[in-house]
Ligand binder design. Structure first.
Ligand code: IMP
Length: 178
């Protein structure tokens, strides 16, 4: 089936406003240690993480690292299999870690990933997602910071893709049948 871009679901203005709020929340929560490692899940979260990190205060020790895991192929359903393609460069032992993900859908990718990271003994481990497709959850995942809750629609843009396309859009849009 071929898809084309649909309506704007979340505008660039709304995204940037919400990211400022999320950064403020995170800054407040980590105020005591004043240090955190943001772990972005490639490729989808790259755009979100790079905007989020620039809203963090200068005097905070903020590190950025990435992991690449397999989630979707070219379809719109999760395979449920998580394979690590690229691992973190730094050790997270004893660190405050926030996993930054573009979207949580079934929750399978994140819950597998959290198990992997927990085993590395971070001081704390939290989750920040831009979008939460909460209706589709197949496994429970605690989302500590959430940008927007969205209905069960496939969306693209602002890092999110369909078959590797449309990650570069500034707004988040739905996709519809052609
Ligand atoms: P989960 O394992 O089902 O929670 O899937 C999470 C991953 O699926 C995300 O990191 C995305 O890569 C992908 N995904 C889920 N829903 C969408 C969507 O609406 N648009 C683009 N990618 C999505």
């Amino acid at each position: 089936m071929a898809y084309k871009l649909g309506e704007v679901m979340i505008s660039r203005e709304k995204i940037s406003g919400r990211i400022k709020e999320l950064a403020a929340e995170i800054t407040k929560d980590y105020n005591q240690d004043n240090s955190v490692v943001l772990v972005g899940i490639l490729t989808g979260a790259a755009v979100f993480l790079t905007d989020l990190i620039r809203e963090m205060p200068e005097d905070m020790d903020v590190r950025m690292d990435f992991m690449s895991v397999a989630s979707y192929g070219d379809g719109t359903e999760s395979s449920g299999v998580v394979r690590i393609y690229h691992d973190l460069k730094q050790s997270i032992e004893g660190k405050n870690v926030i996993v930054v993900e573009d979207i949580v859908d079934s929750g399978l990718t994140l819950s597998h990933l959290l198990d992997i990271l927990k085993a590395r003994n971070p001081k704390s481990l939290k989750v920040c997602v831009l979008l939460d497709k909460y209706e589709r959850r197949k496994t429970e995942v605690k989302v500590d910071y959430c940008g927007f809750k969205i209905p069960d629609k496939f969306v693209v843009g602002y890092g999110l893709d369909y078959a590797s396309k449309w990650r570069h859009l500034k707004d988040i849009k739905s996709v519809v049948d052609e």
